[in-house]
Design a protein around this ligand. Structure first.
Ligand SMILES: Cc1ncc(COP(=O)(O)O)c(C=O)c1O
Length: 943
């Protein structure tokens, strides 16, 4: 490695490359000028050398400017031809900045400039609006061979090709892996037989990107085996890449053995035309957007509408005198695309057979599911559909109490017996983390002891949480399946759709984890692992709870079924109109057990007039994710890191604000790797943490701790960020604000945010300087209040026994639906002020909420229908000064059940289902503990 080149922080790579080209342009221009004026050039030569060192290691992974141009730049520099050097670098950088190279024209190095860079306009303005991509060729070629291959492929270009591409040639396995990690323009890779194992270049700068541990003995393999290992490695990093194999020998035999790794296998001498055609065809398959295309075609056809929807084809608007501004604002196209037709090239969302079905199938491929369903009313609806499809009244569902409200309502409607799980609290920041695996296992084992395991249907968790805590999805499922082999998992990935498109986060998505688990369970080694466990602890069904809690569990591969659902708000983190969401399914029993009920549930919650624009945007959002998801997510993470660095390293900002790190948000007990800042300490550490730790932090979410400003989170959001600077954020807590970066975040928007934060900090400094001693004391009190721990966040207290099922041993689950609907009778309910509730709780009475009580922020229900008030809940509620508390009326207080309602509830429990009856009869003697109302309570209830 050259002197002065620091090892790269993973997240700055794309920006580093762009910035280095820009600074190279600047320094070569100055160099040419200084040289012409015969001034000293020593300092500038050093700067240029530094930039060339960096680019020298990176450029070989990209087609443009690429090796040839870069070698010319080096030659001109070495020859002291600074004028020419500045011209070539300037052209190259302009082409990079304007993206004019995407036109795919060959560069004439001798030309002063090119038609397209003279105008500095993007490629599409030169008649070439075809999307551009790059193809990785892995083969050890000489420079001449490389050039002739490039020329040959260019010769095959046809005017009506849909896309244009250039090739990047790397000679070795490790460079192929680095290129896949670094070059987000790659869409395909051609593996040829002759490639080296290790790069000839000094790759120390990128060692962390190679990640080919365990492939050291690769050279001992046959070329085909090496090609296979490379294909597997590339598929792990970039599953979307189309892989091709070019071979000179026994192509038929190879096709039989390796075809599942490669899209096509060609004979080297015959493939020269087939290959370019296949490359274009592979990308075209992902580029398809059947529903969007169908809608666009339909919108341009003349129609006579004798149906609903006067707005269709803009008819009710274009002739109106009073709403013409509607067309001015939205444009006509969107109304041309408004229709209620389900035929004529279009499709019905409720029974798709045409383009919508195809669009959903493409989405399934892109998101790695077995089935994908589009949802036009957000993940709020997606969650209700999945729950209704799988859960019968009386089934037990384990759910994170801090989950989104749609789960609470969905489970209530489904009549589930809900068993709430407590996430670990982060009292210092007044927020919750995620639910530890130990807590989930503990509850499952308690249900097993009570003989109720057969009724446990589903585990429902949020991955990742609003604040960015990500589960080890595979491990949670594996260990739960060891206890309950047919458990169904619903992972609410409302905030995590993007994660599929980055190699580090992908393994922790529900769909990938499901596939990995199913594949692993088929391996003989897995069976051996299970047998070894059985040897040690005996049958899991009979093993001691403590033993099972302490160790990592392996399910019986012969019994466990992989049944996984994920709901994603495409609109939250990828491209889609608001409310565009998807349900992804990876359920081995779907067609046999669920498809019919899923269809009913889908019909229950889906409008018969779904919004076509939302559906088309989902189709396009999928296309974008399939073709540029990796690039966009990589940039999103880089932007997030830039924001973190800017806040933490700014002398003024860091006085008042601090980005919370993994160590702040995930207690050490859940991080066996002990890596406090996985992302900032390099890719290997990040991969290690994401492989091993129970929880990791999504780097794209940045929680900034603002306690030292003395400004409460909600006020910071509304008064400072939104009202004064138009900066929108979503979540706050008492002393934190959460900033999210998405694929729509640009470097400029990050810069603007920094500017705003610095201005707020400066204003604060100025105000502090002008404060009187009394004002200052008030401010300091406020800072002290915000930086001291508040009342601890309360755990779920428990359901009143009248709302438990009364069968078998008492366990925590409760019937929220009964508790919810009982309150429809006013005569069963009363309002109590907080003081009155407190008094009763102190007297030992059980006060029961009729409704969800949800303070916002933080936005989690502190009480659900049927839940008893606890001293901890009351103390927490007292400590809150949030503006909104849903389910609490400041004028009346809390709505609670009268004792007579609780007595009625206890005597009107539904009869056990036939399967429950058997269980109740076989479980140990179990009379549920129904609370005896106190004399005072009886008096109140009869009053
Ligand atoms: C975890 C979680 N799930 C589901 C939803 C609902 O998603 P949608 O807005 O797409 O209905 C939200 C919304 O914020 C959420 O945070």
């Amino acid at each position: 490695m050259s002197v002065g080149v620091k090892p790269l922080a993973y997240n700055s790579l794309w920006q580093l490359r762009n910035d280095t080209w820009s600074s190279l342009e600047e320094s070569t221009t100055q160099l040419a000028l200084a040289d012409a004026q015969q001034r000293s050039v020593e300092q500038l030569v050093e700067t240029v050398t530094g930039s060339l060192d960096i680019l020298g290691s990176i450029e070989r992974f990209w087609a443009f400017p690429g090796g040839q141009i870069f070698r010319e730049v080096q030659r001109l520099f070495a020859a002291g031809q600074y004028d020419r050097l500045a011209a070539v670098v300037g052209r190259a950088n302009r082409a990079l900045v304007t993206e004019s190279y995407r036109g795919g024209q060959a560069w004439d190095l001798r030309a002063e400039d090119d038609a397209y860079d003279r105008d500095s306009r993007p490629a599409k303005q030169f008649g070439s609006d075809r999307p551009y991509f790059e193809v990785l060729v892995v083969e050890d070629l000489t420079a001449e061979q490389e050039n002739s291959l490039r020329e040959e492929l260019r010769r095959w270009r046809r005017p009506d090709d849909q896309f244009i591409y250039e090739i990047v040639v790397v000679p070795s396995f490790d460079e192929a892996v680095m290129a896949a990690r670094l070059n987000f323009r790659l869409q395909a890779c051609v593996v040829r037989r002759r490639f080296a194992h290790r790069s000839r270049h000094d790759s120390s700068l990128f060692a962390q990107f190679a990640g080919i541990d365990g492939a050291d003995d690769l050279m001992e393999h046959t070329p085909d085996d090496r090609a296979q290992v490379l294909a597997r490695t590339l598929a792990k990093i970039r599953p979307e890449l189309d892989l091709y194999l070019m071979t000179e020998i026994s192509v038929e035999d190879l096709a039989g053995r390796l075809s599942h790794h490669f899209r096509r296998i060609f004979h080297a001498r015959e493939g020269s035309l087939e290959l370019p055609l296949s490359i274009l065809d592979g990308v075209a398959a992902r580029y398809r957007s059947p529903f969007f295309n169908a809608l666009r075609d339909y919108s341009h056809r003349p129609t006579g509408v004798f149906h609903a929807l006067p707005i269709s084809h803009g008819k009710s608007i274009v002739n109106s005198h009073w709403i013409r501004d509607m067309v001015d604002f939205y444009g006509l196209e969107i109304f041309l695309a408004e229709t209620s037709a389900t035929c004529g090239g279009l499709d019905s969302l409720l029974e798709p057979t045409g383009p919508l079905r195809e669009a959903q199938q493409l989405a399934a491929e892109t998101f790695g599911s077995r089935q994908t369903y589009f949802v036009t009313n957000g993940t709020s609806t997606g969650n209700k559909i999945v729950v209704q499809a799988l859960v019968q009244p009386g089934d037990i569902v384990l759910v994170d109490r801090n989950c989104h409200q749609s789960h609470h309502y969905g489970l209530m409607l489904a009549g589930a017996m809900v068993s709430y799980l407590d996430a670990y609290p982060l009292n210092q920041y007044s927020m919750y983390g995620a639910v530890p695996l130990r807590e989930i296992k503990r509850q499952l084992l308690a249900l097993r002891r009570a003989g109720k395991l057969d009724r446990v249907k589903m585990l429902l968790l949020t991955n990742c949480t609003f604040d960015g805590i990500v589960y080890d999805v595979g491990r949670v499922m594996e260990e739960c399946l060891a206890i309950k082999p047919d458990l169904v998992f619903l992972w609410d990935e409302a905030w995590f759709a993007f994660a599929r498109f980055h190699p580090v986060s992908r393994p922790r998505t529900a769909m990938r984890a499901a596939r990995t688990l199913a594949e692993r369970m088929r391996l003989p080694e897995y069976r051996q692992r299970y047998d070894a466990q059985a040897e040690e602890v005996g049958a899991i069904d009979a093993a001691d709870d403590e033993v099972l809690l302490r160790r990592r569990l392996t399910p019986d591969p012969a019994r466990a079924r992989v049944r996984v659902y994920s709901t994603q708000s495409t609109h939250k983190t990828l491209t889609s109109l608001r409310q565009g969401s998807m349900i992804h399914v990876w359920d081995q029993d779907f067609s046999q057990k669920v498809e019919a009920t899923f269809h009913e549930a889908y019909m229950t919650h889906t409008s018969t007039s779904p919004n076509y624009q939302i559906l088309a945007s989902l189709d396009l959002g999928r296309r974008q994710a399939a073709l540029e998801g990796f690039e966009l997510v990589q940039k999103q993470i880089e932007n997030a890191m830039r924001l973190r660095d800017a806040v933490d390293h700014h002398p003024l900002l860091s006085k008042y604000m601090r980005c919370l790190t993994t160590a702040d948000l995930i207690p050490a007990e859940y991080r066996p790797t002990c890596i406090d800042q996985p992302l900032r300490s390099g890719l290997p550490n990040m991969i290690k943490a994401w492989d091993c730790d129970e929880f990791v932090l999504d780097p794209s979410r940045i929680t900034i701790y603002i306690g030292a400003t003395g400004i409460e989170g909600d006020s910071f959001k509304r008064r400072h960020l939104m009202d004064r600077y138009g900066v929108q954020i979503n979540k706050t807590s008492r002393n934190t604000v959460l900033f999210m970066t998405t694929i729509g975040t640009s470097r400029s928007s990050v810069a603007y945010l920094i500017e705003v934060l610095v201005t707020i900090a400066r204003d604060l400094e100025a105000q502090l300087a002008d404060m009187s001693p009394a004002e200052r004391a008030t401010h300091e009190r406020e800072v002290l209040r915000l930086t001291s721990p508040s009342a601890p966040l309360p755990d779920f207290s428990g359901f009143h026994p009248s709302f438990t099922d009364g069968h078998g041993l008492p366990t925590p689950e409760g019937d929220v639906r009964r508790a919810f609907y009982l309150s429809y009778s006013d005569s069963y309910c009363e309002y109590l002020t907080p003081d009155e509730v407190e008094q009763r709780v102190e007297n030992g009475d059980q006060v029961v909420s009729t409704t969800y009580v949800t303070p916002y922020p933080p936005g989690y229900p502190v009480l659900v229908p049927g839940q008893v008030f606890s001293p901890e809940i009351l103390s927490f509620m007292r400590s809150l000064d949030t503006p909104e508390i849903h389910g609490y009326r400041p004028d009346l207080g809390y709505r609670v059940y009268l004792d007579k309602a609780l007595e009625i509830a206890a005597t009107t429990r539904p009869a056990p289902r036939p399967d429950q009856a058997v269980l109740a009869a076989t479980s140990e003697e179990a009379t549920p503990e129904v609370s005896r109302p106190t004399a005072a309570a009886r008096r109140r209830s009869s009053a």
